[in-house]
Structures are given as structure tokens and as C-alpha cells.
Write a protein that binds this ligand. Structure first.
Ligand code: HDD
Length: 703
């Protein structure tokens, strides 16, 4: 028999005690938490794990205490190096179902076959922060998906922003060193608002486009559920007839694209640093699964690697959807939380080189460097070359490689000949032709002399940044102005601020003038592109209410409130996948019997940022409590839906919120018109009409 690991497909379907698939060829694979009794790692039952073995109960500890030494030694080595970037993350299992609509462009079976379901594991992350940093910081978000296809694992290691800071992967250490905390004091954590980041990007103008996205609402997503995802690079797809096309990959969230506002993001980082991971885990537990449609923009592979004047190998550029519409080819549903953070979320290893037949890379120099980096980084992080044997990384396709030994080898290989050609193992394993699923790169003529250079088509650093800014609504542009003013305002070096203003002058004169005014500096003159064609699809602001699954509604109540109304509101909200949490002055239970409501938050344990909307129940007594006033005013200031039924509106009034106005929903009782209006207001995400009156402005008042 051929030497093999996990040789048959059913192997991966065997599960260990925690439900995690166990590699077939490892009959002794580590079983955690099996058996009734506490044991050592060798399976020896233990009578006591609280006292070390001592000479008398007041004497010194004996070296012979093998249990003490094993316990402490293992503990001492519990941590592995965190990811050098994207250290902070959360993940979920799910399923990808193909629409079959990509069949004409790719032979990848998981995409080509209609209705085919493929298990996936998706990990979302921030880029800059350490593993324990806050979720809601301003940053790019990672959006990495591992598809366990029958043809091998395919990893799409993308971001929530379609462009990147650098055009060549050789500069990745530079941009990351500049963005990470300063090397002397290791501050600030998980943020770009500091001198070294702005020093780098102001000197390195190809970063301008990505910086614009980071400073926009995209840098502070509301949740993973409401985040777009992008493969960023151009990929080459190959169909069954060997024809190729160039594509960009997109994830379109079914829940719409929504963000936090900056003040909310900052407060949340303190009040609930786990906001995004909690939101995802709670949503999945409540059956409100995260859903994204998978899409591709298709461009002809005509040998130019460009489309409508856009160099498709330049990762600082994207293709506007108006030029190449996103065609939907499947749906991802994240429906199961990991069982164990470390073994799944921490140990998952993505790699841009995990490809399947029908999907290939292009010459994008950023992509080319990534193809080296992702494999390399695992050697340090996961302690050697056998990380693909970890259950979360283990392909569901049959694996029959000739890779042997190495640290943490857990496969028990059979056969004598891990080499080819051989006669001893009957010449096996066999190599596969393309018809048998062998991965063969499609023909791609390459010639030239080795140079360290980039093409002239990479020189335009500003026009798409200008297009992005000008395509947004006034409210969104205002957020960008505020973000630049905040970030540059946190820099100490005057020269850096001035240099970045010069960059902005080349993006948009008005943007530059407003940021300069906020910084109290003169606005330099630049030469922004005047003839950009706008891309209205870039704006996130919706005019029609979207789904509210996964959203949280806080209901302010007390012992005298209309608890039947609360129950009714909860029932209607849950039908749409949203949840209702009761906030009361003190903890415990309100009411009794069938009219009982458990208090989930008190004015001490909550803050408005936890909720997408706040509603005051009828019958609630206005107390004038400053914490309650703050709760409501904050939600109002963040343009969230607020409301009340019955005489609950008096509590709103106490907080200075009148019954009229956008996003304020009042009614006599919890009837359908009331809940419909409330859910529609939440579905619009924010009452932006309020923004001009209630949000901080970066621009000082005239005069
Ligand atoms: Fe990267 C992790 C996304 C450029 C080197 N990257 C990492 C993760 C995501 C991305 C989502 C976290 C995966 C996970 O959840 O485990 N990276 C991107 C995108 C890029 C990009 C969208 C540009 C389009 N990355 C990039 C370059 C390099 C790297 C140019 C190096 C030349 N990235 C890494 C890495 C990481 C990583 C050092 C750290 C942990 C890991 O790989 O497994 O290899």
C-alpha cells in the first residue's frame, strides 16, 4: 500500500471527544477530557492535584514529584507566539453552498457545481493589535476563509478593504513596523494614531488609497456580520476547457454593510473589548447565523493584466462595480461556534498558496511575496512543518504526501518508500493528470530580465483615493475628515502632519482644508484629479431598511413597567433574529409568574454602545438618574433608534429627547405599527439626518 496519511476521505469525518475531526492514521491521537478521572498526560489517575509532594506538610518539595513538574512544565509552555499581524481574531465554522453560476469560468468543483456544500472555517481579525487588544479599534479587518473542499483546502485570505497599503510584498515589514506600537515604550496599542504610522504613509504615497478606507467608516465595522470582504488581488480562474479569466473576489454581507461611529468605537473598546467576537458568538448561539454571498468581478485575461485603464496587478487599485458588476456565485453561512479557542481559532493556519484546480494566482508582486510568507510564518508560530495535521488545518480531501517526520509529527505513516520513483510500494502514490484532479498551472509566458522596479502604471497613487472620497455621502465624508483630524492630532511631529496634509491636498482640496482647519494648520495646495468617475456603490448609507438579525435592542424598564409589552416586543424581535435585553435600575427579576422579566443589564453594568436601539417601556418611572440620561443621550448622539411606548416617553423627555424627529419611535403600546416602525429604524442602521446636530465636528465653528 502507498505511504499515506489520512488516506481515505472518511477519515476526517471521524471526530474526537470534542467533536473535532481526528486524523485517521493517528489511532493514538490526543484525547482530551476522556474518561472519568483526572489523569497525568500519560493517563495515570491522580489522587490529588492541589498539593505538591513535600517532606512533611511544612517541608521542602521533592524533585521526584513528577506530577508537579509535568503540570508546571506544560503550563510554562502553554502560549505560542501570537500572529505577527492579525493576532486578535475570532472565528466560526460554517458551510459554503455554490450557486453553480461560476461553472463557465472555473472548474473548481466547490464553485462550479450547483448546490454543492463545502465545510468552511472563517477567521476575522484586526491587523495591528496584540491578541488581547480591543475589537473595535480603527483598523483594517482580516476576513480569512478556509474551504475544506474535496480537491484540497482553498484559503481565501482577504480583508474588509479591497486595496492594500503597498504594491510589493517586500515592503510588508516596513508598513507593519511603522503601524505597530513604537519600539521604545510599546505604545500605542492597536491603533494607527501615532507618529510612526503617519510618518511612513505620508512618505509612502502608494498607501494613500488604503489609508482613505481606514479613515472611513470601513475602519470601524459594526460587526463581522455587517462587513464586506475582498480577496484584494486579481486571481486567475480556469474553466473545464482551459479558458482563463481574471477575477476579483467579494463577500457581500446579507445583513448589509454597517459601521460604528468613532466615539462609540472608542467607548466600546473600554466597555466591551470583546464586542465583535461576542456579537458573532451570541448571534450564532441565538440561531442568527452570519451570511455572506460570494461574488466575482470577471475581467478578460487578454494578456494585458489590465482592465479599463486599471492595472490589475496593482493591489492599491480596485475595479469599481460600475465597470465590472459583482456576479454572485455562492453563499457562506457561519453557523457553529468553535469548541475551543486555542485549538481552532488560534491554531488555524491560512495560506494564500492553498489553492485548488481552477483557481490560480497572478503576478501581483504583493501576492507573490505572500505565497512565501504564510507558510514560513507557521514554522515559528506552530512549531514546525506538520501544522497541517492539526485538526483545524487538516484537509477533508485524502492526503497522501511524502513529507516525513519533523516536529510534532502525529501521523503514523505506513509503507517503506516515501520517494518517487519506487518499486517497493508498487510505484505509489501515483501522480494525477489534470483530468484526475492534478493541479497544473495554466500556460503563462514569462520573460524579462531581473529588475528591482515597478511599472509606470503603478505610479498613480491618488486618483482612486479621490474617487473613493468623492463617491461617499456628506455624512461619510464628515467621518473621514474627523478621522484624519483625530489621528494627525495625536501625532507629535509637526512635519508629519504637514506632510500628510500635502498628501490630502492631492486627494481633495476640501478634505485637506477641513483637516487643516481642525489641526490649526494652513492647507497646502495640491493637484487632485478633477475628472474621476464616481462609484456610488462605495457608499454604505442605505435608504431602505435592511435585515435586523443579530441586532440588540435594550428595553429600559422597572418594577412598574408594562412587562407584557416587553414580552411582546421580544417575541416580534426574535422572529427577525434580533434580541431584546432588559435594563433596569437594579438587578434581579421584574414582575412574577408569567409576567416575569429577568434583568440582564443594570445602569451600572451597561452602556449604550451595547445596543442598536433603546426603548423605554410604558409605565417606567422617570427618575432623572444621570446614568439613564447618559444612556439615552449617547444612543441619540450616535444616531441610533430610540423609542418609548405609553408614558415611557417621559423618560425620553428627561433625557432631552422629543417624540418627533428621525429615528425616534413612540407609540401607545407595543402594537404591530410600533414594532414595524422600530425595526425599520434599526434596519436603516442610523438616523443620519440627526448627525449634523448631534455629532462632534472636526471643523471649528466659523469665526
Ligand atoms: Fe497577510 C496574516 C490578509 C498582505 C503576511 N494576512 C493575515 C491574515 C489575514 C491577512 C486576514 C490573518 C489570517 C488568520 O486569520 O489567521 N495580508 C492579508 C491581505 C493582504 C496581506 C488581504 C494583502 C492583500 N500579509 C500580506 C503580505 C505579507 C503578509 C504582503 C508578507 C509578505 N499575513 C502575513 C503573515 C500572517 C498574515 C505574516 C500572520 C499570521 C499568518 O500569516 O498566518 O504571514
Amino acid at each position: 500500500m502507498a505511504s499515506s496519511r489520512n488516506a481515505d476521505n472518511s477519515a476526517s469525518k471521524r471526530t474526537g471527544p470534542t467533536g473535532v475531526p481526528v486524523a485517521e492514521a493517528s489511532p493514538n491521537a490526543a484525547h482530551s477530557q476522556a474518561g472519568e478521572y483526572l489523569t497525568t498526560a500519560q493517563g495515570l489517575r491522580l489522587p490529588d492535584t492541589d498539593h505538591s509532594l513535600k517532606v512533611g506538610d511544612r517541608g521542602p518539595t521533592l524533585l521526584e514529584d513528577f506530577h508537579l513538574r509535568e503540570k508546571i512544565t506544560h503550563f510554562d509552555h502553554e502560549r505560542i507566539p501570537e500572529r505577527v499581524v492579525h493576532a486578535r481574531g475570532a472565528a466560526a465554522h460554517g458551510v459554503f453552498e455554490s450557486y453553480g453560476t461560476a461553472k463557465s469560468v472555473t472548474k473548481a468543483k466547490f464553485l462550479a457545481e450547483k448546490g454543492r456544500q463545502t465545510p468552511v472555517f472563517a477567521r476575522f481579525s484586526t491587523v495591528l493589535g496584540s491578541r488581547g487588544s480591543a475589537d473595535t479599534v480603527r483598523d483594517t479587518r482580516g476576513f480569512a476563509v478556509k474551504f475544506y473542499t474535496d480537491e484540497g483546502n482553498f484559503d481565501l485570505v482577504g480583508n474588509n478593504i479591497p486595496v492594500f497599503f503597498i504594491q510589493d510584498g517586500i515592503k510588508f515589514p516596513d508598513v507593519i513596523h511603522a503601524a505597530k506600537p513604537h519600539p521604545d515604550r510599546e505604545i500605542p496599542q492597536a491603533q494607527s494614531a501615532h507618529d510612526t504610522f503617519w510618518d511612513f504613509v505620508s512618505l509612502h504615497t502608494e498607501a494613500t488609497h488604503h489609508v482613505m478606507w481606514n479613515m472611513s467608516d470601513r475602519g470601524i465595522p459594526r460587526s463581522y456580520r455587517t462587513m464586506e470582504g475582498f480577496g484584494v488581488h486579481t486571481f486567475r480562474l480556469v474553466n473545464g476547457a482551459g479558458e482563463t479569466s481574471l477575477v476579483k473576489f467579494h463577500w457581500k454581507p446579507v445583513a448589509g454593510i454597517h459601521s460604528l461611529v468613532w466615539e462609540e468605537a472608542q467607548i466600546t473598546a473600554g466597555v466591551d473589548p470583546d464586542f465583535h467576537r461576542r456579537d458573532m458568538a451570541d448571534g450564532i448561539d441565538a440561531g442568527a447565523f452570519l451570511e455572506y454571498e460570494f461574488g466575482i468581478q470577471i475581467m478578460p485575461d487578454d494578456g494585458t493584466d489590465s482592465f479599463e485603464g486599471i492595472d490589475l496587478l496593482d493591489p492599491t487599485k480596485f475595479v469599481p462595480e460600475e465597470l465590472a458588476p459583482v456576479q454572485l456565485i455562492g453563499k457562506l453561512t457561519l453557523n457553529r461556534n468553535p469548541t475551543n479557542y486555542f485549538t481552532e481559532t488560534e491554531q488555524v493556519a491560512f495560506h494564500t498558496g492553498h489553492l485548488v484546480p481552477g483557481i490560480e494566482v497572478t503576478n501581483d508582486p504583493l501576492m507573490q511575496a505572500r505565497l512565501f510568507s504564510y507558510l514560513d510564518t507557521q514554522l515559528t508560530r506552530l512549531g514546525g512543518p506538520n501544522f497541517s495535521q492539526l485538526p483545524i488545518n487538516c484537509p477533508h480531501a485524502a492526503v497522501n504526501d511524502m513529507l516525513r517526520d519533523g516536529m510534532h509529527q502525529s501521523a503514523i505513516h505506513t509503507g517503506l518508500a516515501p520517494y518517487r520513483p519506487n518499486s517497493i510500494d508498487g510505484g505509489e502514490p501515483l501522480v494525477a493528470t489534470p483530468e484526475e484532479g492534478g493541479y497544473v498551472q495554466s500556460p503563462r509566458p514569462i520573460e524579462g530580465t531581473p529588475v528591482r522596479a515597478h511599472p509606470a502604471s503603478f505610479d498613480d497613487h491618488f486618483s482612486q483615493a479621490t474617487m473613493f472620497y468623492r463617491s461617499l455621502s456628506e455624512v461619510e465624508q464628515g467621518h473621514i475628515v474627523e478621522a484624519f483630524t483625530f489621528e494627525l492630532g495625536k501625532c507629535y511631529e509637526q512635519a508629519i502632519k504637514e506632510r500628510e496634509l500635502q498628501v490630502l491636498a492631492n486627494v481633495d482640496a476640501d478634505l485637506c482644508a477641513q483637516v487643516a482647519a481642525g489641526l490649526g494648520l494652513p492647507a497646502p495646495k495640491g493637484t487632485p484629479a478633477e475628472d474621476v468617475v464616481l462609484s456610488p456603490t462605495l457608499s454604505q448609507i442605505v435608504v431602505e431598511p435592511g435585515p435586523i438579525a443579530g441586532r440588540k435592542i435594550g428595553v429600559i424598564a422597572d418594577a412598574g413597567s408594562d412587562l407584557a409589552g416587553v414580552a411582546k416586543l421580544r417575541k416580534s424581535a426574535e422572529k427577525l433574529g434580533a434580541s431584546v435585553l432588559v435594563i433596569a435600575p437594579v438587578g434581579g427579576v421584574l414582575g412574577r409568574g408569567s409576567r416575569k422579566e429577568v434583568v440582564e443589564r443594570t445602569l451600572l453594568t451597561t452602556r449604550s454602545v451595547e445596543f442598536d436601539a433603546l426603548v423605554v417601556a410604558g409605565g417606567t418611572t422617570p427618575t432623572g438618574d444621570i446614568k439613564l440620561v447618559l444612556l439615552l443621550q449617547e444612543a441619540f448622539r450616535h444616531c441610533k433608534a430610540v423609542g418609548a411606548w405609553g408614558d415611557g416617553h417621559a423618560v425620553l423627555q428627561d433625557a432631552g429627547i422629543g417624540p418627533d424627529g428621525p429615528g425616534v419611535v413612540v407609540g401607545d403600546s407595543v402594537v404591530k405599527t410600533f414594532t414595524d416602525d422600530l425595526f425599520a429604524a434599526i434596519g436603516l442602521h442610523r438616523a443620519w439626518e440627526r448627525a449634523a446636530d448631534v455629532m462632534a465636528s472636526a471643523v471649528p465653528p466659523a469665526g
